[in-house]
Write a protein that binds this ligand. Sequence first.
Ligand SMILES: *Cc1c(COP(=O)(O)O)cnc(C)c1O
Length: 362
Amino acid sequence: MEWIDFRSDTVTLPTPGMREAMAAAVVGDDVYGEDPTVNALEQLAARMVGKEAGLFVASGTMGNLVAILSHAQRGDEAIVGIDAHSYCFEAGGMASLGGVIPRPLPTDAQGKMDLGEIEAAVRSDNVHYPKSRLILVENSYGNRQGFPLPVSYFASVREIARRHGLSVHMDGARLFNAAVALGVTADEIVRQVDSVSFCLSKGLSAPVGSILCGSAEFIHAARRIRKSLGGGMRQAGILAAAGMIALNEMVDRLAEDHTNARQLAHGLAEVDGIGVDPDSVKTNMVFFSLRDDIPLSGEALVHRLKEQSGILTSTFSGPRHFRAVTHQGIGPAQVAALVAAIAGILQSEIGGGYGQPDWSHN
Ligand SMILES: *Cc1c(COP(=O)(O)O)cnc(C)c1O
């Protein structure tokens, strides 16, 4: 049985075109700067986001870590959203490996830190304090259902950073989802920040890799940090070849993922017992919940979807809360299958009143 996998867009497999390009890639030793495919990918990526230079890294986590360690020294402080990926989900690397102290701030319903609170968090020059050095932002915002934050927010953050001599790094793991959803180019967003990292391996479907972009000087420093973390890879052009296709061919289709995510939310909204807000779906993620009075645990629902229908889902940020992510492997049929499967399980669990949703209006 082939799984229908809604757990993440990280599960996307390389396309046949990517596999062909990987097999045919012209490669060299990238630590010597001699891999033409890596060089081409770094240049293409930098051009797409309007920065001088790019650096191919193993993962989004490595991209953020290399960026933080390039911007900040041990004992420096980084202002960051309290539920940002770089603070919550990167194993504390900025502190454990870089000695950089996170200064987490609350975020609003869209994932924005309050501008006044950012400004107030900037330390004055006092021997007791760590030095404020960096502001970390994220777009799209993972913990807010992939909300695409507007360019104007980053312009305001940049202005605060400029006033206080701080750098701004964007965790843009899903930068292109944000750009597509906002109807702007990636470089319009990235213009507001000093550096950005984005994943080739999520919705863009490459098997491995992220890109860090910034000024030529910044990337020069970042290249040494990457080496120190063991991220200097040799014939990495094999991987970069897939990354080229990710950037050239997979960006525009992200709009389909967003349409399918909205469709999923509208379908789930018609299932009695499921809580979901279709209006909050802006990119490729749907968060939904199981109503408290439904006599089924979140874990049990995940288990039954897998056993009965071959559908993989996961709970997220709560035992009765779920995240479903759309991607290259999810089309309208898979969306319909998930809605029908959930409706069926709830119906059999409770009996009566939990009808199949009406798909005729689609
Ligand atoms: C996935 C993700 C990362 C990390 O990427 P990995 O390649 O999994 O290390 C960083 N930030 C955000 C917002 C992400 O969604």
